[in-house]
Design a protein around this ligand. Structure first.
Ligand SMILES: *Cc1c(COP(=O)(O)O)cnc(C)c1O
Length: 471
């Protein structure tokens, strides 16, 4: 393109000031901060300029300002979106680490609001009228529920494991079975956590079989701890042998060594009635004699992100004194939500009904069927929905969060197929809706799993499909 025509084209692009006079933009200014509207306008005008300059065909003789204004209004809506926002989890993975793991129980949210919207006794002892410890808050209820002598709440379970190893085994050796050298997605790997803590990992046994004598013969004057790690996200099957916690505790007692277990999920109720097997509870672990147990607050426990440590007071006191504890401590929001969540466990029925993670696990398949039909009917009722083929299907949900691998919960899915829209297109439009609707694609259909969806999610899903059909 020659220079004069380039100049001509650029002259067609309206100025920011001119755009600001338009009605669409005035409406945007009434709803969004001026700075964002200006940013959006500049972005749209810059993009238009670039497109015109890059074009090889002769450009248009006019520019539709209405279209530019509409695009700017759309852009300002995108710019003003929170980056951290609600999504609808239609994946069927209950403890979905990418989607925020456990939903807080209503009681926990109420408590969070009450405690955090005012001053509170985070580090104040009301009875004595003097400085108190934040560690006191969740400790009493944790002791009550688990039967442990003491408890300490930290930022997350990775932090709890790191603190335990650093406090109790820095400069010494920790014996772990080769069958338990776990990696939990991303960066938590037992060998790496061990080296960051300053302890030396002493692997014993083999991947599939470890015996008590393997632990016994590895003990030397450097040994600081015997450790078990719950193989939460995989299972070794076939010709296998692992040493039970009770046996390891026996050996620890005999040789004067503490036995610690990283439980991972940290479940307080028996999940066998819901068809899920192999998750030992925290109470059982303490009863079996573990000296220290660590677990997450937001996996099967169903509370806020936290790392919980329960066990013998002598060991927990040493952990509390470690300067690292200050770096791993939790804030008032976590403590408020955690205490409220834990109190629900005083009555198991209440826990199963009011803790969303447990409620989703324990919901019978039969309850999901009518809800799936309700959702299917809502989508079918949309104008233009004749291009969608909507069916209710059987499928499987997963607990997720590295809990109970290879165990599925029967569920109901709403499956959407279409000749007009590819499954990828459906997935993309639903994901870009706000709240985003996250489902999955399987054999040419977009699937939504009712087990992880609340009834209040149906409206956002309906709106997202409305958007799809409008485009
Ligand atoms: C999930 C898990 C962790 C990490 O817990 P976070 O709370 O995510 O830090 C550590 N160990 C095991 C065995 C786990 O399953």
């Amino acid at each position: 393109m020659d220079r004069s025509s380039t100049k001509e084209i650029l002259r067609l692009i309206p100025s920011v000031d001119a755009m600001l006079q338009m009605e669409t933009i005035a409406e945007a200014l009434a709803r969004y901060p001026r700075r964002l509207v200006l940013d959006a306008l500049r972005q749209i005008l810059d993009e238009t300029r670039e497109t015109l300059l890059k074009a090889t065909e002769p450009g248009p003789s006019e520019i539709d300002r209405q279209k530019l204004a509409a695009r700017a209004a759309e852009r300002v809506e995108l710019l003003s979106r929170f980056t951290f926002r609600r999504v609808v989890n239609a994946t069927g993975i209950i403890i979905h680490t990418n989607l925020g793991r456990s939903l807080l129980p209503e009681k926990a949210v109420e408590r969070l609001e009450l405690i955090c919207s005012g001053y509170n006794n985070l580090e104040y002892d009301i009875d004595r009228g003097e400085r108190g410890s934040r560690h006191a808050h969740a400790e009493a209820i944790l002791r009550e529920l688990t039967g442990a002598e003491a408890a300490l709440v930290l930022n997350n379970n990775a932090g709890a494991v790191l603190l335990a190893l650093n406090t109790l085994a820095q400069g010494g050796e920790v014996i772990v079975s080769r069958g338990e050298l776990v990696e939990i997605g991303g960066s938590f790997r037992i060998p790496d956590v061990m080296s960051s803590s300053g302890a030396t990992l002493r692997e014993v046994g083999t991947t599939n079989r470890t015996h008590l004598k393997d632990y016994a013969s590895a003990i030397n004057e450097q040994t600081a701890l015997l450790m078990k790690v719950h193989t939460s996200n995989y299972r070794v099957i076939g010709f296998t042998a692992e040493v039970g916690l009770d046996k390891l505790v026996g050996l620890g007692r005999e040789r004067g060594l503490p036995v610690i277990e990283d439980l991972g999920s940290g479940c307080f109720v028996d999940l066998a009635p819901f068809g899920l097997h192999g998750e030992i509870t925290v109470q059982e672990t303490i009863r079996a004699g573990a000296d220290l147990v660590t677990f997450s607050g937001d996996k099967l426990l169903g509370g806020p992100q936290a790392g919980i440590m329960v066990g013998r007071s002598e060991l927990i006191d040493r952990c509390k004194k470690n300067p690292m504890t200050r770096a791993l401590r939790v804030g008032k929001m976590t403590l408020a939500a955690l205490e409220a969540t834990l109190r629900l466990y005083r009555d198991e029925h209440q826990a199963l009904e009011q803790i969303p993670t447990l409620r989703m696990i324990s919901t019978p398949e039969a309850d999901l069927e009518p809800r799936a039909h309700t959702l299917a009917t809502l989508i079918r009722a949309l104008s233009g929905s004749s291009v969608l083929e909507i069916a209710v299907k059987r499928g499987h949900s997963q607990v997720g969060g590295g809990s109970l691998p290879a165990q599925n919960l029967p569920t109901r899915l709403v499956a959407v197929k279409s000749e007009t829209y590819t499954p990828n297109r459906i997935e993309q439009v639903l994901r870009n809706s706000d709240p985003a609707v996250i489902g999955r694609i399987e054999s040419d259909a977009f699937l939504m799993d009712l087990r992880t969806m609340e009834d209040s999610d149906f409206e956002p899903v309906r709106i997202a499909f409305e958007q799809l059909l409008r485009d």
